[in-house]
Design a protein around this ligand. Structure first.
Ligand code: GLU
Length: 305
């Protein structure tokens, strides 16, 4: 296993030069484009990693899986999916176009920015810190790492450069698709995106989803089996932005990426498989990470399709 991980990371490294770190959030531009690591967490909770496994990234969009799981736990499937769709979007993650052009004006799915902001608005918290704490707690339970924290410098940088996310929030409210205090909801959104983690945390989170919602490290049932299934299904169809179809063809298991360079993969009843590599391709997915997962899928026969 260690050999397979090492080999896949080395292959991923060979194309890092073709990618670039995200710069639209200035703090993310400080990430090391040459870093790349992979980890595998089996159903026994044993985690093996390779490459630059000390690298820390912020979860960014990967947090949308945790907040959706939390909303499904608290509000139920019917309520959540009456407000947000479950269809893939061929548009970039922060696009506003489809929201405006199609009635009803509801986000296409919960893993694009508009959908994730709306999902947060459904949680029964009026205080942005309480809302954030509930998402952070969910991610701690998914990863089994009590030490997960918000990187406040990244959160502040997100807030400073948030025109697009503000537009999405206010547009949703203007068409009465979302209720609540937009600034307050966005504050928890920026901070949940800025939760910092390692590749091993991501692999454990993916393993929790693979294991029907039970964290294999702690034995805790974080989500009911049905929620874990919904999360994996949405990751499969919508998890890599407008690159989800390409990822399904090349890698073939559910995963969620973030612009911090992380990808959390989940192979049902088998493993959590994750990568971190801040150099991104044009769609915002870790360029070396996707290549690494493609090779691991092949060498470990992880494809579910
Ligand atoms: N905080 C980022 C944003 O809203 C998350 C994007 C992502 O990882 O896709 O722009």
């Amino acid at each position: 296993m260690e050999g397979a991980l090492r080999e896949a990371v080395e292959l991923g490294r060979s194309i890092l030069g073709q990618g670039a770190v995200a710069t639209y959030i200035p703090e993310l531009a400080k990430a090391d484009p040459s870093a790349l690591a992979a980890a595998y967490c089996g159903m026994d909770g044993k985690t093996i990693s390779a490459g630059d496994e000390g690298t820390k990234i912020t979860v960014q969009s990967i947090s949308k899986v945790a907040s959706l799981g939390l909303a499904l736990n608290i509000c139920g499937e019917e309520t959540v999916f009456s407000k947000v769709g479950v269809e893939p979007s061929a548009d970039p993650f922060n696009s506003i176009m489809r929201l405006e052009m199609r009635a009803p004006h509801r986000p296409q799915n919960p893993l694009i920015n508009s959908g994730a902001i709306l999902v947060l608005s459904l949680l029964p918290f009026s205080d942005s810190t309480e809302r954030l704490e509930a998402v952070l707690d969910t991610m701690r339970r998914m990863s089994g790492n009590e030490g997960l924290r918000v990187n406040e410098a990244v959160a502040a940088s997100e807030k400073d450069t948030s025109d697009r996310n503000r537009s999405l929030g206010y547009f949703l409210r203007s068409v009465e698709a979302m209720d609540g205090d937009v600034e307050n909801i966005l504050d928890s959104y920026f901070r949940q995106c800025a939760i910092e983690c390692s590749v091993e945390d991501l692999a454990a989170m993916g393993a929790t989803l693979a294991c029907g919602g039970v964290n294999p490290l702690t034995g805790e049932q974080v989500f009911p089996e049905r929620t874990a299934l919904i999360l994996r299904a949405l990751m499969m169809t919508c998890g890599l932005y407008d690159g989800s179809g390409d990822f399904a063809v090349r890698v073939g298991f559910p995963a969620k990426s973030g612009v911090g360079g992380g990808i959390m993969g989940s192979v049902p009843a088998r493993a959590g498989v994750a990568v971190v590599g801040p150099a991104l391709d044009k769609r915002g997915n870790s360029i070396g990470g996707v290549r690494t997962l493609e090779m691991l899928s092949e060498s470990l026969s992880l494809r579910v399709l």
